[in-house]
Design a binder for this molecule. Structure first.
Ligand code: HEM
Length: 460
């Protein structure tokens, strides 16, 4: 039996203010073969089952197990006899990490949140019989915010994919990701970043200056441009950026509006404080987010937050970066498979079988490029398409989101169709019409526009 990925949505231990957590980055032995890795995953599943089992009606631990790109292949060579088509699609082109942020090694990521140190100890002891499969393990620690505030003193986790969280988090091949391997259904992509926070400058700022960097009031977390105490779900779009600056963290990471609201991630990180040998401390955030597509993380992080030209030229990068001296230390991306009664990630080893259908969907991936065919950081949302048969439209218009993705309504298979960009945006050449015949339940079509003149926002 399968279901959505385990441990990802908050459960009793994750919600507890007394919880703490550990991230284990496990590198598997280079010579491990398919039976060897299946033994490892089977042993790990038993251990996860023991540690997360209810005791007197309470769950003391939540565990997420993810697989990184190096689980599937190293240097282009597939591992464990896996077919190339079994790798999560977005591992082929990962979001870039900021300069100075290294890729942390590891093939399997284990993210544990627990309310009892004894349970973490039980888990670490239980790993011992599996250590023959491991080359190296790196441990990172963090703790749940006892007062729901990040280390700079602001309430965190307020606007966090609160509506439709399942849709934000879990991959659905019946949506705009039909080209992902069958086994990824119900799984989720994970992003991990260890971010140092340096408060030397922060502590010299006034409360008003700190609030301008975040975009929310320090006491109740309400947005600066709405009345104090306004609940998150009643904030509405930004009328202007007079009170909540365009460079504030929430303006850059959550720009609002029907189009941008479609791009969301679910943040589930933990702060950390590490004691150094000289008695000083290093602190920050073990940032973890789950999303059905790494495109959502990439859009928020690279196209919006760190891009100085978003939402308009001159906006500057996210003000939080400088105000809290954020330093991106290391990170990785991973995929959390859906629940499987056999053992964790069993589906990865199943032969791919596509269901037989008579109708399908055309999935659009938008790319905007300059005269030298280089990608341009421009808004990818709002391009409209329609499918035609014998020059007659057979679908309603459908539009891309800010990640440049769109999915047509159902169209017949095995017939000659034409995909037309019926709603191009100003400043771009329209994408040429594309002849399309579906011989499987979906086809992915890249529609490319050339920029004709600089576009507002994104520095395009
Ligand atoms: C140490 C680093 C960071 C700190 C201290 C921090 C803190 C905060 C705080 C206080 C909020 C406002 C409260 C809330 O809505 O939860 C917030 C919102 C948010 N943060 Fe961060 N954050 C950090 C890094 C990041 C990173 C790296 C990303 C994305 C890759 C990110 C994405 C977001 C998003 C999407 C929101 C919601 C914005 C909205 O829709 O209003 N944050 N963060």
């Amino acid at each position: 039996m399968s279901g959505n990925a385990d441990g990802v949505l908050p459960s009793e231990p994750v919600r507890s203010p007394f919880a703490h957590g550990a991230l284990l980055l496990c590198s598997l032995r280079d010579d491990l073969d398919q039976p060897g890795v299946i033994d490892f995953l089977t042993g790990l599943s038993k251990l996860v089952g023991q540690v997360t089992a209810e005791i007197d009606g309470h769950t003391l631990a939540s565990i997420v197990v993810g697989l990184t790109p190096s689980f599937f292949s190293v240097g282009g060579t597939p591992r464990f006899g896996l077919a190339a088509g079994q790798t999560p699609l977005e591992f082929a082109s990962l979001p870039s990490l900021p300069p100075g942020c290294s890729a942390i090694p590891g093939d399997v990521v284990i993210y544990i949140v627990t309310t009892a140190e004894a349970v973490l100890a039980q888990f670490l002891l239980g790993l011992a019989p599996l250590k023959g499969s491991l080359k190296q393990v790196q441990l990172e620690r963090g703790f749940q915010r006892a007062n729901r505030r990040e280390l700079g003193g602001f309430l965190d986790g307020l606007r966090n994919a609160n509506k439709d969280r399942q849709k934000v988090v879990f991959l659905d091949r019946d949506g705009d990701q039909p080209d992902e391997p069958v086994w990824t259904q119900g799984g989720t992509y994970g992003a991990y970043l260890k971010i140092g926070q340096h408060f030397d400058q922060w502590s010299t700022l006034t409360t008003a200056q700190q609030e301008a960097a975040i975009g929310r009031r320090k006491d109740d977390g309400s947005r600066l441009d709405v009345a104090a105490g306004t609940p998150i779900d009643q904030e509405g779009p930004f009328a202007s950026h007079d009170q909540c600056p365009a460079s504030a963290h929430i303006s850059k990471a959550g720009p609002r509006g029907d189009l941008h609201d479609q791009t969301e991630i679910f943040r589930r990180g933990l702060p950390f404080v590490e004691l150094q040998a000289d008695g000083s401390t290093q602190s920050g955030l073990q940032f973890v987010s789950f999303q059905r597509s790494l495109g959502a993380f990439d859009t928020i992080f690279s196209r919006w937050m760190t891009n100085p030209a978003f939402e308009n030229p001159g906006t500057g990068p996210d003000a939080l970066l400088a105000a809290q001296g954020l330093q991106f230390q290391h990170g990785c991306f991973f995929f959390v498979p859906s629940h499987d009664d056999r053992y964790i990630a069993a589906g990865v080893f199943d032969p791919p079988v596509e269901p037989c259908r008579k109708v399908g969907h055309i999935v659009v991936r938008k790319r905007v490029e300059d005269a030298n065919a280089q990608p341009v950081l421009a808004e990818l949302g709002g391009f409209g398409f329609q499918v035609f048969k014998d020059n007659n439209p057979i679908t309603a218009e459908f539009f891309t989101d800010s990640q440049g993705r769109a999915r047509s309504p159902e169209v017949p298979m095995d017939v000659a169709l034409e995909l037309r960009e019926v709603h191009p945006l100003a400043n771009f050449t329209p994408a040429p019409n594309q002849a399309v015949t579906l011989d499987c339940p979906y086809i992915v079509v890249q529609m490319i526009n050339k920029v004709t003149q600089p576009v507002p926002g994104y520095g395009g």
